[in-house]
Design a protein around this ligand. Sequence first.
Ligand code: ZN
Length: 134
Amino acid sequence: MTEIIRVRTTKHTSVVNITPQVRDAVRRSGVKEGLCIVYVPHTTACVFINEGADPDVVKDITYMVERLIPWSDPNYEHGEGNSAAHIRSAIIGNSRVVPVVNGDLSLGTWEAIFLAEFDGPRERKVIVKILKEE
Ligand code: ZN
């Protein structure tokens, strides 16, 4: 089954914890054992999994991604002016796969699933596909 999660980001760079919505989708699917694919079909957004307990971890990740891939660079060629957002999205990646075990996401204790948008604010969608193990 497939579900679409809609996320409205509020800042130029936003990182949103979408774990509750993904977990709800898994529960609604009724799948007990399988795979959950989380995919964002947007070129300035990405999905990653990391610590959700201490919000400073996401702050530090965001800080360092922005530092490593600066917004302006004299050699960027993309005319829209948002090359940094495309590069950040490309490096982090637009999908993740989480095993479904006993009807739930098998995330670690401190893990959460995040949508990041680097050229917001924007309305974004996340495609969640839940596959049942044969
Ligand atoms: Zn662009």
